[in-house]
Design a protein around this ligand. Structure first.
Ligand code: ADP
Ligand code: ZN
Ligand code: ZN
Length: 743
């Protein structure tokens, strides 16, 4: 039993940074736990204040005689704060960070900002007036107003902030409509009885506004709810091909869970958190739903969290940080596109939203639903093992919508036959046809790993490490280096396999592609979407809206264009260089390539028109390309698992990395040596390295990496703690930075 407790006094303040230590009185010893709410004497007057225990210890930081004692415990609290503080503790233990870092991640920070009011735009028109207004806006070419009015076809209320940024509206566009009494801007949505709301949306169901779920969707909903109602707290995988109606399943689950008065968190990758998505949720749940996204300021985010705490909203949608919404009676967490990399935090604590969601759900008996058309190998493995419940949607949900025809084009053959263009002949021909028919085209350039490896344009081989089966990375000094084992060679003059001199850091950028499209298809109207063109606020959405509104024939872009957007007019998707992500120095590159190709292919023919997909590649026989072309996830999974088993990569084991960095090469070396020795004392751990980091010297910091693999998470956590204490013991933690990460 610990003798002392660290207590934070006011958790909504930036001073969560500073816990105060208190003595735990004998009588309270077995009742104090991390996260519990206590009363403590504070300040000079020793007034009683309430606080939260964030840590327990036997080692007082100050003279124990001078420490005050905890005065009492507030009744066993399961408040949202308690849950979040416990979650911080779990993060600290699991991912290795300080309690302060963890607290700052999970607790909302209040800033001294002007409190912004939540505002809504409400449509006051009946259907006929609305239709007339839309025609008027169309003829007068009031584009912004038209976008707004069309949104009202789908919902009665729109969140103001979201509408302004996403629809690119201005106050001036609203004013005339407001003056005519056609719309109103309400500063707050009247809070309605949740149960009544639910029954209202039920009525909408019968009036045909909601879709009738098909058999597979129904089976998923009832199967999941049956287990939930039996009190089985579980994670479920909803595996459904693109367009199979996963979102409709989410909506029904939310309706049921919210109907019982519980709260719901929906995680969506930021990039897919578009206006369309928001609409689908507000249409169903109106004022009970709120959104956070990265464009919100700290203060705005805080406000949303406050509303959640007060019970004004019941459903929170957002990227991974929405997990920290202070709901105290959570019933359901949904993670859409669960395979997305964005769910893994890139800053300390480097938590994975999937794991954190399962922990958070466990605190209040909620269940977790993971949805994807291309589940991560981890998740699918658990589903097959029965650890996760598993439901499948195997067909597209819309009538007459079928999966597109996919053809794989061998670019080596194109080159052999004299075609050096970035467009293969089959792709060019299809482009011409679609343009003639007035249909839309998306050209996708997979830019991951762009220009960082060498490949042969004659035989298609990328130059690989002889020991590791990853491509060698081209460094600026012209050397090719293996980032897994450190093997390196000078950049060769010709291909090691076929001796062709056409060896190049492969790939054209989107800008180049745009120029080429304009040159070869001068009649086409072209839009480009990449980091450059979307840099300004709302840029992303403006481009998508323009393309959705048929203001262009061809959309060229990177990853951004393939995620979750639904363009009924698109009947051709061209994937220009499928290999670009295939040979990245990362054991997950096959998985990522398959996901990207499948998603890109899923963009074609979403509606009634048949879709075509052309995959251009130098590795037409690679299993990732083959299985993506066949849109066969199961086949991909089998092959990829073979590879993971053979090379002993996750999910066959757990992999942890230790990165040590410092300005002195010597210090980094010796710290790594000591860490390595400590690791080797654990026989259950397999190590690779230490090696230099992919970018060895970064900002004058030298970095080395050690890879550790084990079947068992806990063994790795134990080793991590051991390494940390050895480094601290030797005083090395002052000279180098140490960072652990689970890959
Ligand atoms: P996913 O989330 O799996 O990509 P969505 O839920 O977005 O799929 O559904 C794809 C399209 O099919 C949407 O336009 C949706 O409205 C429609 N849809 C979904 N379920 C049904 C259904 N049961 N009947 C008719 N249309 C449906
Ligand atoms: Zn070659
Ligand atoms: Zn190697």
């Amino acid at each position: 039993m610990a003798k002392f407790a660290d207590v934070i006094i006011d958790i909504t303040h930036e001073s969560v940074d500073r816990p105060f230590q208190y003595r735990i009185p004998e009588g309270l010893k077995d009742q104090i736990y991390t996260g519990c709410q206590v009363e403590v004497p504070f300040g000079r007057g020793n007034h009683l204040r309430s606080g939260y225990v964030v840590g327990l210890t036997d080692q007082p930081e100050y003279d124990p005689e001078k420490l005050k004692s905890i005065a009492g415990i507030k009744a066993q609290s399961v408040s949202a704060e308690t849950q979040l503080i416990q979650m911080a503790w779990w993060m600290k233990e699991r991912y290795g960070c300080t309690m302060n870092q963890a607290l700052n991640t999970v607790l909302p920070v209040k800033q001294q900002v002007r409190q912004k009011e939540e505002r809504w735009i409400r449509c006051l028109m009946d259907q006929e007036t609305l239709a007339a207004q839309i025609r008027l806006a169309e003829t007068k070419k009031y584009r912004a107003r038209e976008r707004l009015l069309k949104s009202f076809l789908e919902t009665e209320v729109l969140p103001y902030g979201m509408a302004m940024t996403q629809l690119n509206l201005t106050r001036a566009a609203l004013k005339p409509l407001e003056d005519q009494g056609l719309i109103s801007v309400d500063s707050r949505l009247v809070y309605r009885d949740p149960v009544q709301d639910i029954s209202e949306s039920r009525e909408k169901l019968s009036s045909g506004e909601l879709v009738d779920l098909n058999d597979e969707q129904k089976a998923a909903v009832s199967g999941i709810l049956a287990q939930y109602r039996q009190g089985i707290q579980k994670t479920f995988l909803l595996y459904g091909i693109t367009g199979s109606g996963k979102t409709e399943v989410y909506l029904e689950l939310i309706r049921q869970v919210a109907g019982e008065g519980k709260q719901v968190i929906v995680l969506i990758p930021e990039i897919a958190l578009t206006y369309q998505t928001v609409l689908r949720f507000t249409r169903q749940f109106g004022g009970k739903v709120s959104f956070i996204h990265s464009r919100l300021s700290q203060g705005e985010r805080y406000d949303q969290f406050e509303r959640a705490k007060k019970g004004e909203i019941q459903i929170m949608i957002g990227p991974r940080s929405a997990l920290f919404t202070p709901f105290s009676n959570l019933g359901l967490i949904i993670i859409d596109e669960e395979h997305e990399q964005a769910y893994k935090s890139e800053v300390t604590p480097r938590y994975h939203a999937r794991e954190a969601a399962e922990y958070r759900a466990g605190q209040s008996g909620a269940f977790v639903v993971l949805g994807s058309a291309t589940p991560s190998l981890e998740t699918y493995t658990k589903a097959l093992q029965g650890v996760y419940g598993y439901f499948k949607l195997s067909r597209r949900a819309k009538k007459n919508s079928i999966l597109p025809r996919v053809q794989v084009v061998d670019m080596r053959q194109e080159l052999k036959e004299g075609n050096r263009s970035v467009f293969s002949r089959p792709l060019r021909q299809l482009m011409e046809e679609k343009l003639e028919q007035g249909q839309q085209i998306m050209l996708f350039l997979n830019r991951r790993g762009y220009s960082r490896f060498l490949s042969c344009r004659s035989c298609g081989e990328a130059i690989k490490c002889p020991h590791c089966d990853v491509t060698l990375t081209l460094h600026q000094n012209g050397r090719l280096v293996c980032h897994y084992c450190g093997y390196q060679i000078r950049r060769p003059d010709c291909c090691p396999s076929c001796h062709s001199p056409y060896l190049a850091p492969f790939g054209a950028g989107t800008e180049k592609v745009e120029a080429l499209v304009k040159e070869e298809f001068p009649q086409a109207r072209v839009l480009r979407m990449d980091l450059d063109t979307t840099a300004k606020k709302g840029g992303h959405q403006t481009i998508l809206a323009a393309f959705g509104g048929r203001e262009a024939d061809i959309l060229i872009g990177t990853q951004m264009i393939v995620k979750g957007h639904d363009f009924p007019g698109v009947t051709l998707v061209g994937i220009l260089a499928a290999d670009l992500s295939l040979y990245a120095p990362d054991y997950r590159c096959g998985e990522r390539t398959f996901q990207l190709l499948t998603q890109a292919a899923g963009r074609a023919g979403r509606d009634q028109l048949n879709g075509d997909v052309v995959i251009q590649t130098y590795s037409p026989d690679h299993y990732c390309i083959q299985t993506a072309a066949a849109q066969d996830y199961e086949a991909f999974y089998e092959k990829e698992m073979e590879y993971r088993r053979m090379l002993h990569y996750p999910p066959v084991c757990v992999m942890m990395t230790l990165l040590i960095g410092g300005t002195s090469e010597e210090a980094v070396d010796s710290a790594m040596k000591i860490a390595f020795e400590a690791v080797q004392t654990a026989p259950e751990i397999q190590t690779v390295g230490p090696v230099n980091a992919p970018i060895y010297k970064l900002n004058d910091i030298y970095r080395k990496i050690l890879y550790m693999k084990s079947e068992n998470y806990d063994i790795l956590i134990k080793i991590r703690n051991q390494v940390e204490s050895v480094l601290i013991h030797r005083g090395l933690n002052r000279q180098v930075g140490v960072q652990f990460d689970f890959l």
